[in-house]
Design a binder for this molecule. Structure first.
Ligand code: HEM
Length: 352
């Protein structure tokens, strides 16, 4: 295409889509502080990439998955053994979900231990916590769709646990089950949560989260001043965007390796009449499962609701702690104890 024709096409497009790209570039292209060159500090982009991979692979799975108790297991079997590359897409979806949870946890840990949730970023921390809960919800609902013995009974136990929550428990459990018993309605609801409600909520929350990051900028850390880096920055586009692209390629490579070496398996067909000897949820619920086994159900759930509340409102609790006990480094100590406790419970449950 000659230059005049290209200009003609550009003008044609500009007339119909009157966006000033120069202005758009200057609005979106903020300089990024130098410490975001380290993956540890720019970890937030990684779960975002994984979420994108989940949407694409999830849509492929939707072409073949049938959300009814009689056909769900057979459709997963078909995806795994009959559909061309079905096993690969399913395995990528499974491993990306696990990696997404790991990287959200790592991102949260980095934000926590660097105190990046403090004023004025309290609300963005809360948006982040909601994203964490939604990500766990995606994991739980996705696992229960397989409809093999383990996933069926994990869903069963999950709804029973929800039922024991004080005040809202029975109502919440009936809502998730679509009645008083686990059955066809339950699978439909878990399916709707997994493919519509949770993904839509996560997209909305990610948008709000990024708008907050854009409005507030990322935290400038003291070590930058100590090293006299004098607020060195680099451009978001193309530098940061290209780094994220490289990370995306690396992630796709790792996921492909995991899919080939450890393809997603399938247990026996769900049987509501036979309870398996060992009911196990996904590994990220091990700590919560162990905690429930160690305490009684009522206190176990009350403890977890309290824990969720503490995480959600942590920036404000931390504010009070700093006011009452200044220079004691309480957040680091509490964070360290909480993190170790979670790890111990997880490993303990994994070993039993
Ligand atoms: C799907 C999940 C998430 C995505 C895609 C995401 C994305 C991001 C991105 C791209 C940033 C910019 C800096 C960076 O990369 O670290 C960021 C910053 C931040 N995120 Fe997240 N995030 C997620 C979950 C969370 C969670 C679970 C929390 C906390 C509970 C959280 C709290 C924050 C805070 C407070 C910042 C500002 C950090 C600073 O100023 O240094 N995010 N997030």
């Amino acid at each position: 295409m000659g230059v005049p024709k290209l200009n003609l096409l550009l003008n044609w497009t500009k007339e119909r889509i009157p966006v000033d790209f120069q202005e758009l570039k200057s609005i979106t292209n903020e300089p990024v502080p130098n410490h975001l060159k380290h993956w540890w500090f720019a970890l937030g982009g990684t779960p975002a990439i994984l979420f994108g991979i989940q949407i694409v692979t999830g849509v492929f799975l939707l072409f073949h998955y049938v959300p009814t108790p009689s056909d769900a297991y057979d459709s997963v079997t078909k995806i795994t053994y009959d559909i061309r590359f079905g096993w690969f897409i399913r395995s990528i979806h499974k491993w990306a979900s696990e990696l997404m949870i790991v990287t959200v946890m790592l991102h949260m840990t980095r934000v926590y231990f660097t105190g990046a949730y403090r004023r004025p970023r309290e609300l963005n921390w809360m948006v982040g916590v909601l994203m964490f809960f939604v990500t766990l919800g995606l994991g739980f609902t996705g696992y229960s769709l397989i409809y093999d013995q383990l996933s069926y009974w994990a869903a069963m136990v999950g709804t029973e646990i929800a039922e024991s929550t004080p005040l809202i428990g029975p109502l919440a459990a009936d809502f998730i089950r679509g009645g008083s018993e686990v059955g066809g309605n339950t699978l439909t609801r878990l399916y709707v949560f997994h493919v519509v409600i949770f993904p839509a909520a996560l997209v909305g929350l990610v948008v709000v989260h990024i708008i907050f990051v854009r409005l507030q900028g990322v935290t400038e850390f003291e070590f930058d001043e100590e090293k006299k880096l004098e607020h060195k920055t680099f451009p978001l586009f193309p530098d940061h965007v290209l780094t994220e692209l490289l990370i995306a390629i690396l992630i796709l490579y790792i996921l492909s390796m995991m899919a080939v070496i450890f393809p997603a398996g399938l247990g026996e067909r769900a049987n509501p009449l036979i309870t398996p000897e060992h009911i196990k949820p996904e590994w990220y619920f091990y700590a919560s499962f162990k905690w429930l086994k160690l305490t009684n159900v009522y206190f176990g759930i009350l403890g977890q609701v309290a824990f969720a509340g503490i995480i959600l409102f942590w920036p404000f609790i931390d504010y009070l702690l700093i006011k009452w006990l200044p220079k004691k480094g309480m957040s680091i100590k509490i964070g360290f104890i909480g993190f170790t406790f979670y790890l111990i419970l997880t490993v303990w449950e994994a070993m039993t």
